[in-house]
Design a protein around this ligand. Structure first.
Ligand code: MN
Length: 137
């Protein structure tokens, strides 16, 4: 069996950290949690994750600004990033895509669907679909 895939969750809310970790570990993923961009940089210097879930509102630097930094750096530019946004409004997806995300998951986290949502972003077919969509947007 191949090595378990690693998801880095950048999220400052403790309840969401716990929910995300519980659901993703149950799905068979390895999970690392960072409460801020600074903490996330520490994790990223150790190991490159297969996916980053990025809360938009973070202490210090907001998640979309941090996403732009990661996309601008050769060491992290290839990591797919999915925004976690509390405002599931029209236009949010476009804002997240412009920052370099491949999509977003609306909060509050729904434990019944969250695992599947994350799995879809980790599957290449879905990723290609998203890249195509963003390229034509
Ligand atoms: Mn937050």
């Amino acid at each position: 069996m191949s090595e378990r895939r690693l998801v880095l969750v950048v999220e400052d809310n403790e309840a969401n950290q716990m929910l995300a970790r519980a659901v993703l570990e149950r799905e068979g993923y390895e999970v690392e949690v960072a409460g801020s961009p600074t903490e996330a940089r520490g994790h990223l210097s150790e190991r490159v994750p297969d996916l980053i879930l990025m809360d938009v509102q973070l202490p210090g630097q907001d998640g979309l600004s941090f996403t732009r930094d990661l996309k601008a750096s050769a060491a992290t530019s290839e990591i797919p990033i999915v925004a976690l946004t509390a405002h599931a409004m029209r236009g949010d997806r476009e804002v997240a895509i412009r920052a370099g995300c491949i999509g977003y998951i609306a909060k509050p986290i729904d434990t019944r669907t969250f695992g599947e949502q994350v799995r879809e972003f980790l599957e290449p077919s879905h990723r290609e679909f998203d890249v195509k969509r963003s390229a034509s947007a």
